[in-house]
Design a protein around this ligand. Structure first.
Ligand code: THG
Length: 376
C-alpha cells in the first residue's frame, strides 16, 4: 500500500504468524484476521489471544496545562484521574458530534496519553492547544499497544509480570513494567469483555521480540494470534468508532451517554451543543438487532458497508454492522435508527445483497446495558 500506511512494530511478527487481512487504523496496518474466524473466536473466549493493536496510537499531552486541556477536550469528567489510572472518554466536536472515544491514561498530573480510535485526534488536540495558548506539548510518542485478551490472559500476565504486579492492578489501572528489559506500560484494559491486558511497548525497535516472548510464555495457555473480534465486541456492546456511527452522531445516540458529564462546573468542547440536544431530545439510538432468519445474509457477513433499515416501507435508519454470533448461534447486528424505531421488539427489514432480511431490535444489548444518560 506504500509508505503512507505505516507498519506497526509487530508487523513482521504478525506476517510470520499468518495474518490474512488488515484494516487501516490511524494510518497503520492493523490485522483483522488470521484466516480462521471460528478458532480465533474460541481462542479469545476460551483461552487467550495476542492482538497487534498498535494502530491504537497515543496522543501524548504533556506540560503545565495538560490536565486542563485534556478535560477541555473530553466530554467525560476526568476529575480525580491520577497517575496510574485510565478512563474511557468520548470526545466531541463543537457541534457535539463524536470525533473519537479514546482511553485516557494519566501517567502523571501533567502527562497524559490519549489512546485513540481511528481519527486524527492529534491534529485536533494540537490545534485546540495552540488556539487556547496552552503550555503543553502534543505529539505521538513511540508507544504501541499489544493486547492479550481472554479468560487465561490473567494467568499469562502473572507468568510474565508476577502475581504481585498483576494482583494489584485493577481495571483500567496501569504500571510501568518490563519483560527481559523490553520497556512497556502494563494496563488492565482491552477491546473485549473477556478480560485482558494491554502491553504498551515503549521501544518500537523491540516489537517482534516482545511478540515472540509473549507467544513463548503463552504456549502453555493455548495462546495464538488474534485481532479485535467483531463478533465478540458486538455481543459485548463495545462501540467501534467510525463503524457504528456516522460523521454526525452524538455520544447519546451511540450509547455513550453514561460517559458524558453535562453537569460539571467546567466547560468542554461540544458541551453547549449537547445540552441543547438533550433539551430537544435525542433523535436516534444505536440498537442491537437479531436476525430473524439468518440463512440469507450469512455469506455476506461481516457487513462491509451500512444498509438502509426500513420500517413499514420507510427508511428509519441504517444497519451499520452485522456479524455471525457464535455465542447466540445466529446473526446479530448494530443499527443506528430513529428512536421511535428503536423500541425493543420492533421488526425492521434490510436488503443485503438482494436478500430481504428481517431483524428485530433486541430488548437489551447482548452484553452490558447501554445507558442513555449519565447518572452523575
Ligand atoms: N484500548 C486502547 N485504546 C483504544 C481502545 C482500546 N483506542 C481505541 C478504542 N479501543 C477506543 N474504544 C474503546 C471502547 C470501549 C472501551 C475501551 C475503548 C472499554 N469500555 C468498557 C465498557 O464499555 O465496559 C469500560 C468503560 C469504562 O467503564 O470506563 O473498555 O480498547 N488502549
Amino acid at each position: 500500500m506504500g509508505p503512507r500506511i505505516r507498519k506497526s512494530p509487530f508487523f513482521e511478527a504478525t506476517v510470520a504468524a499468518g495474518v490474512s487481512a488488515f484494516t487501516v487504523y490511524n494510518h497503520m496496518y492493523m490485522p483483522t484476521s488470521y484466516g480462521d474466524p471460528a478458532e480465533e473466536y474460541r481462542r479469545l473466549t476460551e483461552r487467550v489471544a495476542l492482538w497487534d493493536v498498535a494502530g491504537q496510537r497515543q496522543v501524548e499531552i504533556a506540560g503545565p496545562d495538560a490536565a486542563s486541556l485534556v478535560q477541555y477536550l473530553s466530554a467525560r469528567s476526568l476529575s480525580g484521574l491520577k497517575g496510574g489510572r485510565a478512563r474511557y472518554a468520548p470526545i466531541c466536536d463543537h457541534d457535539g458530534y463524536l470525533i473519537n472515544d479514546p482511553v485516557v491514561l494519566c501517567l502523571a498530573d501533567d502527562r497524559f496519553w490519549l489512546s485513540i480510535a481511528d481519527s486524527d485526534l492529534g491534529l485536533w488536540a494540537k490545534a485546540v492547544a495552540a488556539e487556547r495558548g496552552d503550555d503543553v506539548r502534543v505529539f505521538e510518542p513511540d508507544v504501541s499497544p499489544l493486547a492479550i485478551q481472554g479468560p487465561l490472559a490473567e494467568e499469562l500476565a502473572i507468568d510474565l509480570f508476577g502475581a504481585e504486579v498483576v494482583g494489584s492492578l485493577g481495571f483500567f489501572h496501569h504500571v510501568g513494567a518490563e519483560i527481559d528489559g523490553i520497556p512497556l506500560v502494563l494496563c488492565r484494559s482491552g477491546w473485549s469483555k473477556q478480560n485482558g491486558f494491554e502491553l504498551f511497548l515503549t521501544d518500537g525497535s523491540r516489537g517482534v521480540e516482545l511478540w515472540d516472548r509473549v507467544m513463548e510464555s503463552g504456549a502453555r495457555f493455548g495462546i495464538g494470534p488474534g485481532t479485535p473480534n467483531a463478533s465478540e465486541r458486538i455481543e459485548s456492546g463495545l462501540l467501534s468508532f467510525g463503524s457504528d456511527n456516522g460523521p454526525r452522531t452524538d455520544p447519546f445516540e451511540t450509547g455513550l451517554g453514561a460517559w458524558v458529564n453535562l453537569d460539571g462546573e467546567y466547560d468542554f468542547i461540544g458541551k453547549a451543543a449537547l445540552l441543547a440536544r438533550v433539551e430537544r431530545g435525542v433523535e436516534r439510538a444505536l440498537v442491537n438487532v437479531s436476525f430473524v432468519d439468518d440463512s440469507g445474509p450469512v455469506e455476506s457477513l461481516p457487513l462491509e458497508h451500512p444498509r438502509a433499515a426500513l420500517l413499514n416501507g420507510q427508511v428509519v435508519g441504517e444497519l451499520r454492522n452485522a456479524v455471525w454470533s457464535p455465542r447466540l448461534g445466529h446473526a446479530i447486528g448494530i443499527g443506528l435508527v430513529q428512536r421511535s424505531a428503536g423500541t425493543p421488539g420492533t421488526r425492521l427489514t434490510v436488503d443485503i445483497d438482494g436478500v430481504e432480511c428481517s431483524v428485530v431490535v433486541a430488548s437489551e444489548p447482548f452484553g452490558t446495558p447501554r445507558r442513555l444518560f449519565s447518572a452523575t
